[in-house]
Design a binder for this molecule. Structure first.
Ligand SMILES: Nc1ncnc2c1ncn2[C@@H]1O[C@H](COP(=O)(O)OS(=O)(=O)O)[C@@H](OP(=O)(O)O)[C@H]1O
Ligand SMILES: Nc1ncnc2c1ncn2[C@@H]1O[C@H](COP(=O)(O)OP(=O)(O)O)[C@@H](O)[C@H]1O
Length: 220
């Protein structure tokens, strides 16, 4: 294996300096759940409401990140040769999802160090991948940096919403490896917040998240 020489450098402006300037601490609010459960809708509402309160935030969202940081092999093949595209493109197999979440976890870690309240909305179906993000964040930062929000919406409800027609394709056998259909979803065992995404409106669920942030002293 090729040895790569890299050295960690401490920054002149610390996380504490940035948090003082922002007037609040950084943290990661990680929304997980099935496709169509409401992650993006709720995360966007929370983001907008925090922004209106003067809180420094940023939202990372599954579909969007897969257009830029973590594109598919087919997307990369438009600008790179086939070997490069195959090596770095990500799909939805278990190892690809693991690498997707590992990279996003590293980005949330940077944003957290920048003192931002970072919202992440990803299916993130594997417990070990989410737990690894938590572990890394807490190791480089402090306890409470990772707030896991389980958007607990029954599969039948997600499937009835099906805004992108993915469940329909999966049921028709045109899409393989759809989470909840022929690919696993491992629900969090001890999420900080659980939202009943199938039985309450999005604004009520967003209000629950904001109330929790206030209770935890993250925003005032
Ligand atoms: N096979 C399969 N399973 C689940 N989801 C699929 C799949 N194929 C495409 N999509 C679309 O990709 C979005 C999920 O991307 P993520 O990066 O969040 O997935 S993961 O965390 O790596 O599992 C997901 O977005 P959301 O619907 O917003 O969750 C889907 O639009
Ligand atoms: N709590 C809710 N009640 C009713 N409809 C919802 C709720 N949350 C989201 N939706 C609707 O469900 C669909 C999927 O929501 P979305 O936020 O895109 O889910 P995800 O990001 O988890 O895939 C959208 O059409 C959205 O308007």
């Amino acid at each position: 294996m090729e040895k790569v020489e890299v050295t960690w450098h401490d920054h002149a402006v610390s996380r504490a300096d940035r948090e003082r300037l922002n007037g609040h601490r950084g943290c990661v609010i990680w929304f997980t759940g099935l496709s169509g459960c409401g992650k993006s809708t709720i995360a966007n509402l929370v983001d907008r409401q925090l922004h209106e309160r003067g809180v420094h935030t940023f939202l990372l969202d599954g579909d969007n990140v897969r257009h830029g940081l973590n594109p598919s092999t087919a997307m990369l093949a438009e600008s790179h040769d086939a070997d490069f595209a195959k090596r770095f493109g990500l799909g939805f197999g278990a190892a690809d999802r693991e690498e997707n979440i590992r990279r996003i976890g590293a980005v949330t870690e940077l944003f957290c160090q920048a003192g931002l309240i970072t919202l992440a909305a990803f299916v993130s179906p594997y417990r070990k991948d989410r737990d690894l993000v938590r572990k890394r964040l807490e190791a480089s930062g402090s306890p409470g940096d990772f707030i896991e929000v389980f958007v607990d919406t029954p599969l039948e409800v997600c499937e009835s919403r099906d805004p992108k027609g993915l469940y329909k394709k999966a049921r028709a056998g045109e899409l393989k490896g759809m989470t909840g259909i022929d690919d696993p979803y491992e629900a969090p065992l001890q999420p900080e917040i659980t939202l009943a995404g199938g039985s309450a409106p999005p604004d009520q669920l967003a209000a629950t998240v904001i109330a929790q942030l206030i209770e935890r002293g993250i925003v005032s």
